[in-house]
Structure formats: C-alpha cells, structure tokens
Design a protein around this ligand. Sequence first.
Ligand code: SF4
Length: 216
Amino acid sequence: MRDLFEATERGSLQPEPRSLAETRRLAAACTRCDLYRNATQTVFGEGPISARIMLVGEQPGDKEDIAGRPFVGPAGQVLDRALDAAGIERKAIFLTNGVKHFKNEPRGRKRLHKRPDPGEIDICRWWLDLERKFVHPAVIVALGATAIRSVTGRSATVSSLRGRPTGLPDGGTLIATIHPSYLLRMPDRSLADAEFGHFVADLKLAVRTAEGDRAA
Ligand code: SF4
C-alpha cells in the first residue's frame, strides 16, 4: 500500500498534457508506478486521432516492449487476422493498452508475462483517459478483463458484458470481448476456431455501433 501511495504521489507531479503528442512524450518518461523499472520503454497507443474505434488491450508483451508499438507480437497477429475478417483496416483504428509498460518476471533468458494488478491498472488509467480525451472514439473495444477495468474503472468479467453495447459516461460505447492472446492459449483448435468467430462477431458489432453513432 505504501508503494502504491508513493507511486500516486509521483504521478501527481505531472502536468496535464494539452495534446495527444504531448501525452505521448510525457508518457515516455512515466514513473507513476514501478512497472517502468523492468521494461524497455513505454508502449503508447497508435492510430489516427480521428479514429472512430479504439481497441484497448491489457499491456504490451515481450515483442511490443522491444518494438515500442502495440500488438506487434503473436497476439497482434491474431488480432490482425480478426480485423481483416471483420473488414476493419488496422490503420483506421486507434490501438492501445490499459497498462503502458510490460509487466514481466525474468526467468532465465525469458521474460514471463505477469498480469498487472488493480492498483497498477488504476494508476495507468491516467494515460488511457488522456488518449480517450484526445481521440474521443465513438466505440471502445475492451479486450479482456484488464481492459474493462482500465476503461470503466471497475472490475467485470468479459462474459457479463459481452454481446451488448454499454454506454460510457463520456458518451462513447463500450464493447467487451476477449483478448486475442486467449485464443493462443486454447489447446483445442476447433474450440479456438469457434471462439475466433465469436471474436470477429464482436469486432463487427463495434463497426455497426460506430456506424450507428455516426448516422444518429
Ligand atoms: S505502467 Fe503506466 S503508470 Fe506505470 S510507469 Fe508505466 S506508464 Fe506509468
């Protein structure tokens, strides 16, 4: 608790950025929590500021941490296939993570993924909230339970929110679905294929929701 308090104190010294570019620059030097200590760099969101859809994942993985870009590892390849199947151009959407540093545990020459805890998710919301403020997407797709907490500030399961658009206080709409890394962990290929189809259907729902918002 003491660490969390100290981290929050560190964060409170940062001025509020006035643009997305300034947010990116300040995030690169973020020390609001301890996750920066074990990571290569901050992995900020990417995509057009005019994007109608924002996809929020959990945190960067090993490949993203090294490249400094979101969704460029194995889960990103699954996401690219799903976006393609849903008719979504990757370059037309804003891709980011709820937590901007790679939380990991060194194990020999490998770095094993560690799930961020609620305190780390809540501290890092500062950056996601700023991305949301400047991009102002009509629809936010939360990929997994960590992303749901990052977007809403509350814990909820994917299954409790999946399949129905949920209004957000800023006027946007939340679509909850799985994280693509979940598909990589499924041992049964036929179940994984079915779940991939469900994932694509969620992405198509995001497109319809964003289009409906534009037409309204
Ligand atoms: S995880 Fe987020 S809050 Fe923590 S140091 Fe990194 S950018 Fe800052």
